[in-house]
Design a protein around this ligand. Structure first.
Ligand code: ZN
Length: 197
């Protein structure tokens, strides 16, 4: 017997991070009973986003175009490439208004326990991007968590081996710190005080 549409919805909601069976059930009841308009909007927005969004050829972040507006902007400094884990980190660095170079968004971090190695993270795409001949310095701005540090270490070795200059945000960002939860002043300072690796 195939699961009922209600069971299927509850099961589908469990794909969200941190959502177990109980909360999935609560969400399903809420959407169906209390907020049908919200549910329809969510379903539409999700289907639309899945349909139109892809990854920018250059920076790898979500984009509706092959090359996103930021990468296509000729006023940005093409000699600097800042590597971050997620689009939220890019947004934080943009908020500091102290960086006008380009970005590369990994869309994750190395996490061997979850089966995410260099291949899954598509580090070959980053290497190709950094080797475009215009990039003079790659700034590693992954988080200062264990996984973020390990990612920075691996990326640094891969890029240094190709003769690229690599730097890392300074320790102004606290140990275990995630950019998303760090104030913009601290990030701006860490950018200025970045060190070669
Ligand atoms: Zn882009």
């Amino acid at each position: 017997m195939s699961p009922s549409s209600l069971d299927e919805l509850i099961e589908a909601l469990r794909c969200l991070p941190g959502v177990g069976p109980k909360s999935a059930q609560r969400m399903a009841y809420h959407l169906l009973q209390r907020d049908q308009r919200g549910a329809a909007r969510l379903a539409g927005a999700l289907a639309h986003a899945l349909d139109v969004l892809r990854h920018c050829e250059r920076c790898n972040t979500f984009s509706e175009e092959a090359v996103c507006a930021r990468c296509a902007n000729p006023r940005r400094d093409a000699s600097l490439l800042c590597v971050v884990e997620m689009p939220a980190d890019l947004a934080m660095i943009e908020q500091t208004q102290s960086y006008s170079g380009m970005y590369y968004v990994l869309m994750g971090r190395l996490s061997p326990l979850d089966g995410i190695g260099p291949r899954e993270l598509r580090l070959d795409k980053l290497i190709a991007r950094a080797s475009d001949g215009k990039v003079g310095e790659v700034i590693l701005a992954t988080n200062f968590t264990n996984e973020g540090e390990a990612t920075a270490h691996t990326v640094a070795s891969l890029l240094s081996a190709r003769g690229l200059k690599v730097s890392r945000l300074s320790r102004g960002v606290p140990v275990g710190g995630e950019l998303e939860h760090t104030d913009t002043g601290t990030i701006a300072q860490a950018l200025i005080e970045r060190r070669s690796v």
